[in-house]
Ligand binder design. Sequence first.
Ligand SMILES: Cc1cc2nc3c(=O)[nH]c(=O)nc-3n(C[C@H](O)[C@H](O)[C@H](O)COP(=O)(O)O)c2cc1C
Length: 259
Amino acid sequence: MEKTTIFYYTGTGNSLWIARLLARELGNTELISMVNADINWDEIDSSVIGLVFPVHIWGVPHRVMDFLDQLSSRPVDYIFAVANNAGQVSNTLIQLQREMSSRGMKLANGWSVVMPSNYIPWGGPGSEKEQNQRFVAARIKISSIAREIQAHVYKPVEKGPLWQRIIFTWIYNLSFSHVHEMDKSFWADERCNQCRLCLEVCPCDNIVMEDNKLVWQNHCEQCLACIEWCPQEALQYGKKTPAYQRYHHPEIKVRDLLK
Ligand SMILES: Cc1cc2nc3c(=O)[nH]c(=O)nc-3n(C[C@H](O)[C@H](O)[C@H](O)COP(=O)(O)O)c2cc1C
């Protein structure tokens, strides 16, 4: 059985859950976090490589873009991607394909998997029933994705409607260079008990504690792990999040994200 390595990036566990299900279906698969700075490339001998990550602002997140530079030096038979999202994959996989092509790599296949939204500034993830409907549909899709990976199917990547790809790609391009400073809207309310979990789950070590207060240091990647995993629900983003429900994938535990 050929060996697969799946590199995943996740804020609230959806991508990790997808990567785990794929690994189970494919067999002989190792999972490695893109956040893990200690990737030993000499030990990675897989002929199949997968990238599983969330769509951020209708495109490829910063962390995945950075990771592509590390990947470009690997000789691999088949590379696939799963861009999971809350219903608007838009141009993400086409963008990924172009970025890979400019680094000398070919994306064999790219799928969109719809999961509950973790973009809390725009509201919660939906009711439990709605979330479960998405998990059921995702499971079915992940099984069919695994079969296509095993058969080394090459086909055009999945994409959103043309209007989305035009308008939202324009917004992505405008906002991409400002993502790091978007942490200006984070704040901690009086429930913060300085447990420091947010410091631990932040993939880019962007949060520090100064004089018993949390400080975001403007190199945020907007994964929203800090606000979504806070056990006190004390972290907020803008004005509306005190009223919104927190989310992380129910089968993923915070220890799965710790570096
Ligand atoms: C900053 C940010 C931007 C997002 N932008 C989009 C988007 O453009 N389209 C979409 O469908 N979902 C978007 N989402 C929702 C996530 O892609 C989705 O909830 C995903 O399943 C989260 O995966 P994770 O738990 O692995 O981080 C966004 C989430 C965040 C945090």
